[in-house]
Ligand binder design. Structure first.
Ligand SMILES: C[C@@]1(CC(=O)O)C2=NC(=C\c3[nH]c(c(CCC(=O)O)c3CC(=O)O)Cc3[nH]c(c(CC(=O)O)c3CCC(=O)O)/C=C3\N/C(=C\2)[C@@H](CCC(=O)O)[C@]3(C)CC(=O)O)/[C@H]1CCC(=O)O
Ligand SMILES: NC(=O)c1ccc[n+]([C@@H]2O[C@H](COP(=O)([O-])OP(=O)(O)OC[C@H]3O[C@@H](n4cnc5c(N)ncnc54)[C@H](O)[C@@H]3O)[C@@H](O)[C@H]2O)c1
Length: 211
């Protein structure tokens, strides 16, 4: 299967999760981070899901799935342990649907994710091996540590500044490409964010003075 990778804007979009076990909990946690408007349908909830409910992060319908529950949903996840219910949910879903253990009933599948602020790395094996995606995530988490969150935040600001500080397009492009140079990333990893920021700030001064 040749899946099309994409990043969805789910802010205030209706997402419905059917099932309240460990897998539903993992999927809900990703949906909460994306700002979706989440309704969970399940007679039972894990402790973590109950906490999300108490914190007002999700709406809960405490019963089994019924046809009609998915009206207006942009994204649906079927995460029950009943293959028959999951199949019904997949058929009833009006738009995007993920059935956690049946790729054939999905029109999208979930990747493994490393998130460092603005930096999001999504990994998929197209369903060949979720365990493999997880292992790659663990490797990438070591390669891209928490310092990347702060650096990307800084890069976003400095990039905006460069738009006016370096008006000549070709020159600006050279500056912008240098924000992710091998040298800068090595400085970030070895000496930390302060050192990387200093190198970039000095470089912007040079570029804006035509040096
Ligand atoms: C990435 C991640 C995201 C998430 O779930 O949000 C995710 N599965 C994760 C973990 C995981 N899932 C399973 C194991 C046990 C080991 C193993 O099976 O390898 C482990 C590993 C573990 O738990 O350690 C069991 C499993 N998974 C699927 C099946 C059905 C099948 O294969 O047919 C079976 C039952 C197989 C059986 O019958 O035994 C199917 C899917 N799982 C996917 C995603 C999609 C393809 C992703 C891809 O392209 O790689 C897809 C197609 C649909 C979907 O769920 O979207 C998350 C890692 C989060 C992280 O830690 O980073
Ligand atoms: N894709 C993956 O990553 C992955 C990984 C492991 C397991 N699985 C599969 O995903 C499924 C869920 O796993 P789990 O560990 O969360 O299971 P679980 O048994 O912990 O939870 C199942 C949940 O579904 C609810 N449920 C059952 N019937 C329902 C119905 N008709 N309507 C609404 N809710 C209903 C139950 O109340 C429970 O909350 C299993 O089939 C499992 O084999 C998928």
């Amino acid at each position: 299967m040749n899946y099309y990778p994409a990043f969805l804007n789910l802010t205030d979009r209706k997402a419905v999760v059917v099932g309240g076990g460990k897998v539903a909990q993992r999927k809900v946690s990703a949906l909460i981070s994306s700002g979706a408007d989440i309704t969970l349908i399940s007679p039972s909830l894990t402790k973590e899901l109950r906490k999300s409910l108490t914190a007002g992060m999700i709406r809960h319908i405490p019963r089994q799935y019924r046809t009609g529950d998915l009206e207006g949903a942009f994204l649906v996840i079927a995460a029950t342990d009943s293959a028959e219910t999951n199949r019904r949910v997949s058929k009833d879903a009006p738009a995007l649907v993920n059935v956690v253990d049946v790729p054939e009933e999905c029109n999208f599948i979930a990747p493994s994710v490393v998130k460092r602020g603005h930096l999001v790395i999504a990994i998929s094996t197209g369903g060949a091996s979720p365990a493999f995606s997880r292992a790659i995530r663990q490797e990438l988490q070591l390669l891209y540590g928490s310092e990347f969150s702060g650096y990307l935040k800084f890069v976003k600001e400095i990039r905006r500044k460069a738009m006016t500080a370096v008006p000549e397009k070709g020159r600006r492009e050279r500056f912008l490409k240098g924000l992710a140079s091998v040298e800068i990333l090595a400085t970030l990893r070895a000496k930390g964010i302060g050192a990387a920021k200093k190198v970039v700030t000095d470089r912007l001064k040079k570029f804006s003075r035509n040096l």
